[in-house]
Design a protein around this ligand. Structure first.
Ligand SMILES: [Zn+2]
Length: 217
């Protein structure tokens, strides 16, 4: 799709939360530009060792690698986790020893809807960003207040994952269409506005993240 559609901006094709080295290699071979190895459930030693294997394979093929330290809470596509803050020393170790390009340092964010106001660890964020000097990735970016998003960007986040808000916009649109029109049955008529609703969310996020008109060729 990426190669054949005439898209005028650079496209990153990213594999999220792969839990095996094999899966990452498959994505690299399939043409992904970036992969994430999620070894957050392993010991830091194992996490570093397996991340290193992914990095060796990916970097040889011009593909970037994201690692995770600590644990993102919540539930995303069956990926269940408890919140466990990233340890700054472990973050530095994985960046130096495995040579990753991007780091997902879990600091209180969750996949899926937040129960109450999100509380991100900004002092830890600053410490980890200054210590590791790599761009950070924020998982569970849906439902985080704008000010906290802006602060996260100031403190080193260069990649923000937003899934739940997109899915919610899609589901809410379809729900309204079906409830409001009992006669409707054509999938295209039902699905088209739902896709546009996702598009609107993405547009808002591009503005909020300061990514508008930032394309460099
Ligand atoms: Zn995630």
């Amino acid at each position: 799709m990426v190669k054949e559609m005439h898209i005028t901006v650079p496209v990153a094709l990213h594999l999220d939360h792969a839990q095996s080295v094999e899966r990452c290699k498959e994505a690299v071979d399939a043409g992904y530009s970036s992969v994430m190895f999620d070894g957050s459930k392993l010991t830091i030693e194992e996490n570093i060792e397996l991340t290193k294997q992914v990095v060796n394979y990916a970097h040889d093929r011009g593909v970037s690698v994201e690692a995770e330290v600590g644990s993102v809470g919540g539930n995303e596509d069956g990926l269940v986790g408890i919140v466990r803050y990233a340890d700054p020393k472990e973050c530095l170790r994985i960046v130096e020893e495995a040579n990753v390009d991007v780091l997902a340092a879990a600091l209180g964010s969750v996949h899926g809807p937040y129960k109450g106001e999100p509380k991100l660890g900004f002092s830890e964020m600053k410490e980890i960003s200054e210590l590791t000097e790599v761009p950070l990735a924020l998982h569970g970016g849906s439902g985080i207040p704008k000010e906290q998003i802006k602060k996260s960007i100031e403190l080193g986040h260069a990649k923000i994952n937003v899934n739940t808000e997109c899915s919610q916009a899609w589901a809410q649109t379809i729900r309204e269409i079906l409830i409001n029109d009992k006669e409707i049955y054509n999938p295209k008529t039902i699905l088209q506005p739902a896709m546009e609703a996702i598009s609107d969310v993405v547009e808002d996020k591009i503005e909020l993240f300061g990514s508008s008109n930032r394309v460099t060729h």
